[in-house]
Design a protein around this ligand. Structure first.
Ligand code: SAM
Ligand code: FES
Length: 353
């Protein structure tokens, strides 16, 4: 590690900010020694805010039907090989009930942009979830919607919304998405979610096709200025039935490095060690926690549909029962000196407007 890199890391730790050019420089000149120093500082920053608690969210993948055609995504509209499913309201509520007994106090409902899930359907679902489990947080990750729709879902009781920005570079965004999708609309959604009062999550794939240190520097600057409550990053992994089938996957090394950088930019951010990270390395999620992550999202979806929510090849945790998934993650978290928290795990100092 050069003196210059050490200085940049020290400044990032103290000021939680670098210029875009400096973020790019840090990425370009990174080495194992720099990654180790960053990870130590990131783990200390996390501990100062959260102690040794790692938050857990029960993920329910409610539909694999999607009207979008993102070039990287295994459940894109044009993948005619994908097996499509949609959970019924009863199935979703049953998953949550089971999750509640297992100790989950946040449910994340994620799915493709399935037109069946109108505001009416989703609002009624959120209300029922909240009635049955008033001590739980509900997070939605259902893609791009109108401001009115986001407002209605918030009014129905939704606490958080996850919408990865995917890349903060408009040119890069255009190479990852079909022409009918726009960077401006993605950013509009994120801005409005935050304005409405959601704990909002952005994020991106590490190593997506055409990504460069410069586009990553823009991602980091965006995260620094947008100040999301949550930030989801995980490696891009190719899916065999997408236009990016022959592209290389993102690396463990760069993902861990960026997790540490993001922790130092936003010490209070809720930062998951993602399933994609666990897919590219058997201990990927543990390493993610060591690098500064503090959230894990075990799968609560019915075992029968898990393989069908196939965003990328070889996705893990598709065979286990919910209880096994939770137990397995609990052991993994404890193996790195942390413990699974059982409360809602809101963003620090968050209050509903
Ligand atoms: N439809 C919602 C949306 O667009 O936000 C939620 C579902 S979408 C599948 C969730 C995330 O999966 C995306 O934001 C993307 O970053 C990630 N993803 C999709 N394909 C992936 C791939 N091949 N490798 C890694 N992550 C992928
Ligand atoms: Fe819609 Fe991936 S293209 S969820």
């Amino acid at each position: 590690m050069t003196d210059r890199t050490r200085k940049l890391i020290d400044r990032l730790e103290k000021e939680h900010s670098l210029s875009e050019a400096e973020y790019a420089e840090l990425i370009i000149n990174r080495d194992a020694e720099a990654a180790k120093l960053l990870a130590e500082k990131a783990a200390a920053a996390r501990e100062a805010v959260f102690g040794n608690a790692v938050y857990t969210r029960g993920l329910i993948e409610i539909s694999s039907i999607c009207r979008n055609n993102c070039l990287y995504c295994g459940i894109r509209r044009d993948n005619t090989e994908a097996e499509r499913y949609r959970l019924t309201e009863e199935q979703i509520l049953a998953c949550a009930d089971e999750g509640y007994l297992l100790g989950f106090r946040t449910f994340v409902l994620q799915g493709g942009e399935d037109p069946y899930f109108t505001d009416e359907v989703l609002c009624s679902l959120v209300r029922k979830l909240k009635e049955r489990h008033p001590d739980c947080a509900v997070t939605l990750s259902m893609g791009e919607r109108s401001k009115e729709s986001y407002q209605a879902l918030y009014d129905a009781g939704t606490d958080r919304y996850l919408l990865r920005h995917e890349t903060a570079d408009a040119g890069h965004y255009a190479r990852l998405h079909p022409p009918e999708m726009s960077f401006e609309n993605r950013m509009r959604c994120l801005r409005e979610l935050k304005e409405i009062g959601y704990q909002t999550g952005c994020g991106f794939m590490v190593g997506s096709p055409f990504q460069t240190p410069e586009t990553l520097a823009k991602d980091l600057k965006f995260i620094e200025t947008f100040r999301p409550a949550m930030c989801g990053i995980g490696p891009f992994i190719p899916h065999r039935n997408t236009p990016f089938r022959d592209e290389k996957a993102g690396t463990l090394e760069l993902t861990l490095f960026l997790l540490s950088v993001i922790r130092l930019i936003l010490p209070e951010v809720l930062l998951p060690a993602t399933t994609a990270l666990g897919t590219i390395h058997p201990q990927g999620r543990e390493m993610g926690i060591r690098a500064g992550a503090n959230v894990v999202m075990p799968n609560l979806s019915p075992v029968g549909v898990r393989k069908k929510y196939e965003l990328y090849d070889n996705k893990i945790c598709t065979g286990e029962e919910s209880a096994q998934c939770r137990g397995c993650l609990e052991k993994r978290i404890e193996s790195v000196g942390c413990c699974l928290a059982v409360d809602r795990g809101d963003a620090p100092r968050w209050t509903r407007q």
